[in-house]
Design a protein around this ligand. Structure first.
Ligand code: AGP
Length: 363
């Protein structure tokens, strides 16, 4: 797919990051176009249809891509396939044992991140089958791995990854459906994928994130909590906030709060709680909301309204009800917008945050 000068211009937006946040509906459509057949109820990734069901999966990645790896590993474990996400910089130096049929997946939007390439080369040197989930055609990761799946998000100029993260989560979902060889009905997932672009557009059109910045924009720190696949979104929300606003922000698995981070919680530290669905995880996250409210912290629930989160939280960022694998993508768009508006209110150089590069090609 070729891209025009327009694709690399700001199209009237103040920042590339904001433009790329608003490009997500189209980017997501491109990501699953021709890969999810609603009539057949089938998901097909031709470029990897020769890959047998892996005995285990090891994801290697850095930064935002590592958060996508956490999501992918959580989904695979829920299906019953052993899977872990590794920080590429650690994996290369102390690689975990490879069991029979292990597939090592490198998630990297640029395809040039030195730590991730190092981890993939380490895996290759031990005979593992490797796959690159990447955004850049013919990048080093794409050329060196045995297999490659492109997320087709288009050029991403802003240093802070936004649309590529959303497309990485869809890419993981498609890849998992392709390689997992177990009887299941993909239709509900495909229907939610088909609705995803308009669900994201609805978040973009109706979000109250900018208004929340007026109320909470000058806080001492920002905390993000979630459970299951929403842990990845909590960590990503915090990374986005800290890398463009320079404010203290941290993401936690909600169950970890009482084991330490709760000591940081005060009336001046808003907590974003990602609560989707109404299952055991959602109910436990409601208890975490009460836990931090008891310490005076204002809570913003990022929720689809299926649980009581909106009733007990101090503020809400709503998302549509959708498939549990797709809900984290919608929740993350709300957090992208909040972080963008916090940084914009502080006059930060959003597209080129200090000390950071778009592609980190040194180890
Ligand atoms: C994310 O906003 C950052 N730009 C950074 O953490 C990035 O995700 C990381 O350097 C990995 O980059 P990659 O996906 O190109 O490998």
């Amino acid at each position: 797919m070729s891209y025009t000068a327009e694709d690399t211009g700001k199209s009237g937006y103040d920042h590339y990051m904001l433009k790329e946040i608003y490009e997500q509906p189209n980017a997501l459509r491109q990501c699953f176009a021709g890969r999810a057949d609603a009539l057949e109820g089938k998901i097909t990734l031709e470029e990897v249809d020769s890959i047998p069901e892996p005995g285990a999966v090891q994801f290697v990645a850095c930064g935002t891509s590592y958060h996508a790896a956490l999501y992918g590993a959580a989904v695979l474990r829920e299906i019953g396939i052993p899977a872990d996400a590794y920080l590429a910089s650690e994996y290369a130096l102390s690689p975990p044992p490879l069991t029979l049929g292990t597939l090592v997946i490198g998630i990297t939007q640029s395809g040039e991140t030195a730590d991730t390439l190092g981890a993939l080369r380490e895996a290759m040197s031990r005979g593992a089958s490797t796959l690159a989930l990447t955004n850049v055609v013919n990048s080093t990761a794409a050329r060196e791995c045995d297999h490659v799946v492109y997320i087709r998000a288009g050029p991403e100029i802003g240093v802070a990854a936004t649309k590529t993260f959303s497309s990485q989560l869809v890419g993981c979902t498609l890849l998992i459906e392709q390689v997992v060889d177990r009887p299941r009905d993909c239709r509900p997932l495909i229907e939610s994928l088909r609705d995803l672009p308009s669900d994201v557009q609805q978040v973009l059109d109706s979000s109250s994130a900018e208004l929340l910045v007026e109320k909470y924009g000058n806080s001492e720190a920002y905390f993000f909590i979630g459970r299951g696949t929403n842990v990845a979104v909590a960590l990503e929300g915090a990374l986005k906030c800290k890398e463009i606003s320079y404010e203290h922000a941290e993401g936690f698995a909600a169950g970890e709060l009482k084991h330490g981070p709760l000591a940081l919680v005060t009336p001046k530290t808003p907590v974003f709680a990602i609560v989707t669905g109404n299952d055991e995880r959602a109910r436990k996250t409601l208890a975490n909301i009460k836990e931090v409210q008891a310490r005076g912290a204002p809570v913003i629930a990022v929720t689809d309204g299926q649980s009581d989160a909106a009733d007990i939280a101090d503020a809400t960022l709503m998302i549509s009800e959708t498939h549990e694998r797709i809900a984290p993508i919608l929740a993350n768009v709300q957090l992208q917008l909040f972080s963008y508006h916090v940084a914009n209110a502080l006059g930060r150089p959003i597209d080129k945050p200090r000390n950071l590069a778009k592609s980190v090609t040194v180890e």
